[in-house]
Write a protein that binds this ligand. Structure first.
Ligand code: ZN
Length: 308
């Protein structure tokens, strides 16, 4: 059995916020090219991401937000929703594919077709709050996926793990106080979006990291803070907001993680998933803007997920 699904869609490469925008279509090309170059592309079960339905999205966003994004969608050119977040004529569909990828990932994993799944999608999602698009994000992909596991598949406890260099303010906004969800995160602080440190809800374990934090310190945080809390919670499925912009080579942020750190943390999570979650993991791409470092980090992450 191929143990890992790889879910993406060509529409995700058509979303383009302008030629100098770091959240660019080449990110996905860099990942697939590096998978081929490394000879790992044949290890995955490939699926096209379906469009998320309004019903899927409504679990975490009010109808007014969906309508607002849909109405903003241009027929030509680029429209800005905030200074960093823009739509071209393909964005609406790409955003539905990105969220739909997570829904399909959950269905495949719950059906036992695969043990885990990686969604190579854009736009990313973890900054999208219940009622607002921001920070390159329109819909909160990982939250849509986690809500699908809770509502459709009737799981009672899921964990969301977020190691992107930026705080996942959107995911926190959606799940704060929801005791079916434990969110653990690390992020550079102080740094965009300047959230996550003021009295987080009891189901949020946010660990701010100062600039220049390296892999050794990151691993210590994961071992000493994340893992005991995750083991106590006993999630039935683990969701990863997999942003790779905390990489040393990524100039978006100032942390110093390397591929081997992403492989290590993925290993910690696959061990946990084996202990309590029947190996179920759904990982979704968030940030990562230094193309070479992004591609290498994703492949390091995938090698551990697929166990080769
Ligand atoms: Zn980020």
């Amino acid at each position: 059995m191929t143990s890992t699904a790889f879910i993406t869609h060509r529409d995700c490469q058509l979303h383009d916020m302008g030629s100098y925008h770091p959240e660019c279509p080449d990110r996905l090309t860099a990942i697939s090219d590096h998978m081929i170059a490394q000879g790992v592309d044949s290890y995955f079960a490939y699926h096209d991401a379906p469009l998320a339905s309004f019903q899927h999205l409504r679990r975490v966003h009010p109808a007014a937000h969906l309508e607002r994004v849909k109405r903003a969608s241009p027929e030509l050119g680029i429209v800005h929703l905030d200074p960093d977040t823009a739509m071209n004529p393909h964005t609406w569909k790409a955003a539905l594919r990105a969220a739909g990828a997570g829904v399909l990932a959950v269905d495949l994993v719950m059906a036992g077709e695969v043990q885990n799944a990686f969604c190579a999608v854009r736009p990313p999602g973890h900054h999208a709050e219940r009622e607002s698009a921001m920070g390159f994000c329109f819909f909160n992909n990982i939250a849509v996926a986690a809500a699908h596991a809770l509502e459709e598949h009737k799981l009672s406890r899921v964990a969301v793990v977020d190691f992107d260099v930026h705080h996942g303010n959107g995911t926190e906004d959606i799940f704060k106080g929801d005791q079916r969800v434990l969110m653990v995160s690390t992020f550079q602080h102080p740094f965009y979006p300047y959230s996550g440190t003021e009295k987080p809800a009891s189901n949020m374990l946010n660990v701010p990291l100062s600039r220049d934090t390296d892999g050794e310190e990151f691993r210590q945080v994961v071992s000493e803070l994340w893992m005991p809390r995750l083991r106590e919670f006993q999630p039935e499925m683990i969701f990863i907001s997999a942003g790779f912009d905390a990489h040393y080579e990524d100039e978006m942020g100032g942390l110093r993680l390397l591929e081997k750190d992403y492989a290590w943390v993925t290993g910690q999570l696959t061990e946990l998933a084996e202990e309590c979650a029947q190996k179920r993991i759904v990982s979704m791409l968030e940030g990562g803007y230094a193309l070479s470092a992004l591609a290498r980090s994703v492949v390091a992450h995938l090698r551990v997920l697929a166990d080769f």
